[in-house]
Ligand binder design. Structure first.
Ligand code: 13P
Length: 251
């Protein structure tokens, strides 16, 4: 059985004080929940303080990006060892906003995933097509390109620690959520790719999250799909109330 994982990607929102306020509210409202793995991914500046606030709770910490080198003259970058020392267990890699605005390629995503795994971090690897791709009937081609090349060279053992987030770009921050059928179709396709790349056991074990306008109102029908194992939530993770409702919607 794959354990449901709900992660909040706070993007470039929340100062340190605002971050602490949010997780303090959140931790009280999800206190008894064991059946869902809960992750928050604040901006780098808030990681250490959020870690303090969620110590001994059922909430885990993730970062939104990392760099692949161990250390060096790379002004502005943050290494996986630094994230680990800040208390991170997860790191989001290859988010479409990084691909779109910061020129990240599959090759870079792949290097980041490998670096994260080397440091004992669990990568949440994001894949997904743009609206034009979907309109041109290229959804599966783009998703295949992202999955195959972002995960290239990862071992079976590595894959047991990887989470894949299917985030159709046209659904991110637009309020236009993929239908449950659209999500399930691509999730099933990704599982099939994992079977071809690895084996049935890996395909059955790897968790695939859906991301893109997930809200309390739509989580139930998405999570009911066979191959949807959780959600990567943007906007609705910025309020304790809506994020809690999404988590509870998976129970
Ligand atoms: P929204 O939930 O705001 O659409 O963002 C999704 C996302 O990009 C999560 O990584």
């Amino acid at each position: 059985m794959r354990r449901v994982i709900i992660a909040g990607n706070w993007k470039m929102y929340k100062t340190i004080d605002e971050s602490i306020e949010l997780v303090n509210l959140l931790k009280r409202s999800v206190v008894d929940i064991d059946d869902v793995e809960i992750v928050v991914c604040p901006p780098f500046t808030s990681l250490s303080d959020v870690r303090e606030s969620i110590m001994d709770t059922n909430i885990k910490l993730g970062a939104q990006d990392c760099y692949w080198e161990k250390e060096g003259a790379f002004t502005g970058e943050v290494s996986c060892a630094m994230l680990k020392s800040a208390g991170c267990e997860y790191v989001i890699i290859g988010h479409s906003e990084r691909r779109q605005f910061f020129g990240e390629t599959n090759e870079m995503v792949n290097k980041k995933a490998k670096a994260a795994l080397r440091e004992g971090l669990k990568p949440i690897v994001c894949v997904g097509e743009k609206l034009d791709d979907r309109r041109a009937g290229k959804t599966f081609d783009v998703v295949k390109d992202h999955v195959v090349n972002s995960l290239s060279g990862l071992t079976r053992e590595d894959m047991m620690k990887v989470v894949i987030a299917y985030e159709p770009v046209w659904a991110i921050g637009t309020g236009v959520v993929a239908t449950k059928d659209q999500a399930e179709e691509v999730h099933k396709y990704i599982r099939g790719l994992l079977k071809d790349m690895y084996d049935a056991n890996i395909a059955d074990s790897v968790r695939i999250q859906y991301g893109g306008s997930v809200k309390p109102e739509n989580i139930r029908e998405l999570i009911a799909e066979e191959d949807v194992d959780g959600a990567l939530v943007g906007g609705a993770s910025l309020k304790a109330d809506s994020f809690t409702q999404i988590i509870k919607g998976c129970l």
